[in-house]
Design a protein around this ligand. Structure first.
Ligand SMILES: Nc1ncnc2c1ncn2[C@@H]1O[C@H](COP(=O)(O)OP(=O)(O)OP(=O)(O)O)[C@@H](O)[C@H]1O
Length: 407
């Protein structure tokens, strides 16, 4: 794929264009601060991996007109842009300075070449570099997706939609695993519904539908180019499609790779074996998948994080003690000896059966039994005993739940 390095430009003859509103008072400024990346991420004095400053209305790589903000993560900002060449809207993932993005591009290429069906994986359309301040930034161009699996979206969608998403995600994962690739970072922000194409809308219609960009020039940092902190789009239900996708291969690996990118999924999604220094495996992805399945089915996470000791205490309360020989291997501070006490069992008031009954009182006993069977065969400590994606897709309880919801 051709990689071009070009400086950004302003759209010619478009200086009257509307690109959103600057914050007009301190309250708006504080509200904005809640939903944007911290400004220090743009300060080379604070971090060696700075974000690239971008302002709404500029054109990157002579081609991508930045129209809005999508979001940000630890190592990237994501922008909604209009591809002036192909006349479609895309998402631009602009990586921090340094080598960020190189591994993701390698994994994406591997996926494009070896995964049989990539239709539910978010793979890149193009890539280029932006020259930064003494460094460069990798940019990945993606199709523009809809909302990720956040609570606000979950509340709006039917059970049929949620279970269809669970099935589509499992098929996507099966495809990835069949090609020998472990995702390693399955979590709610990397799972997205599709989005109806917006390129036929005028910019003002887009802003009406997705919210006007509320923005502020990046404060406190003496920057080499203008950049803005921008409130992200909110995708309305009318633009969400029923397709469900898996993205972000930033720490994915081919099984057997000698070098493994550092990183874990967020704690609530991470398998307990990974948190006890076990090697990343397909089974780790399956644990994370089951946390997502639970989010979709129950509407809530399956294990609480508020107990002393955090998520692992929540898991132990529900499933019983961790294997004794894992003692001393916990990767984080604050581990508890009680997690490995084989004399303890699951708390009957907070085990999987009661969690399902508590969150889904409307489901009949047969349905609950199926869901219990699904969860308990994946929420198992021994990675070797966890169902694989293919096994779960063929599992009679999984099939029964999918049939119940018309999937
Ligand atoms: N192609 C896309 N279309 C629409 N939204 C996207 C797209 N890619 C990413 N996003 C959204 O942009 C936000 C930032 O994504 P990004 O991959 O930068 O970070 P993250 O996955 O949230 O965090 P981290 O990379 O630190 O784990 C997320 O909310 C994600 O759902």
């Amino acid at each position: 794929m051709a990689i071009v390095t070009v400086a950004p430009q302003s759209p010619k003859g478009d200086d009257t264009a509307d690109f959103g509103d600057f914050v007009s008072n301190e309250d708006e400024e504080l509200d904005l601060e809640e939903v944007v990346e911290p400004w220090v991420k743009y300060d080379a004095k604070e971090t060696s991996h700075v974000f690239y400053p971008i302002r709404v209305g500029e054109v990157l790589n002579e081609r991508y007109l930045i129209e809005h903000k999508v979001g940000s993560g630890g190592f990237s900002t994501v922008w909604m842009a209009h591809d002036l060449q192909e006349k479609r809207d895309v998402a631009l993932k602009v990586m921090s300075s340094g080598d960020y993005g190189e591994h993701e591009v390698r994994m994406q290429d591997e996926i494009i070449q070896t995964v049989q069906d990539t239709s539910h994986l978010v793979t890149y359309l193009a890539t280029f570099f932006l020259p930064g301040n003494g460094s460069r930034h990798r940019v990945l161009v993606f199709p523009l997706m809809g909302p990720c699996l956040c609570s606000a979206t979950l509340r709006k969608v039917t059970m049929a939609t949620r279970m269809s998403a669970a099935q589509q995600l499992l098929r996507a994962l099966e495809n990835l695993h069949n090609a020998g690739i472990v995702h390693r970072d399955l979590n709610e922000r990397n799972c997205m519904w599709g989005m109806v194409p917006t390129h036929k809308l005028s910019r003002s219609a887009k802003y009406k539908t997705l919210g006007r960009p509320l923005k502020q020039t990046i404060p406190f940092v003496d920057l080499w180019k203008v950049g803005e902190l921008v409130r992200p789009i909110e995708v309305p239900e009318s633009l969400r499609t029923e397709e469900f996708y898996l993205g972000d291969f930033g720490i994915a690996m081919k099984l057997g790779d000698s070098t493994v990118q550092r990183g874990y999924p967020p704690m609530e999604f991470c398998s307990p074996d990974r948190l006890h220094r076990k090697y990343p495996s397909f089974a780790c992805d399956m644990w994370s998948y089951m946390v997502i399945f639970s989010r979709l089915y129950l509407g809530f996470p399956p294990f609480p994080t508020y107990l002393k000791g955090g998520i692992i205490s929540g898991i132990v309360r529900s499933l019983g003690p961790l294997p004794e020989d894992w003692k001393g291997l916990y990767t984080h501070p604050g581990g508890l000896d009680s997690w490995y006490d084989q004399n303890e069992g699951p708390d009957p008031n907070n085990d999987l059966t009661s969690t399902i009954a508590y969150f889904r009182p409307d489901a009949d006993p047969v349905e609950r039994e199926h869901v219990h069977s699904i969860m308990s065969r994946v929420f198992t400590y021994c990675p070797e005993k966890r169902l694989t994606a293919t096994q779960l897709l063929q599992d009679s309880s999984f099939r029964a739940i999918m049939e119940r919801y018309g999937c």
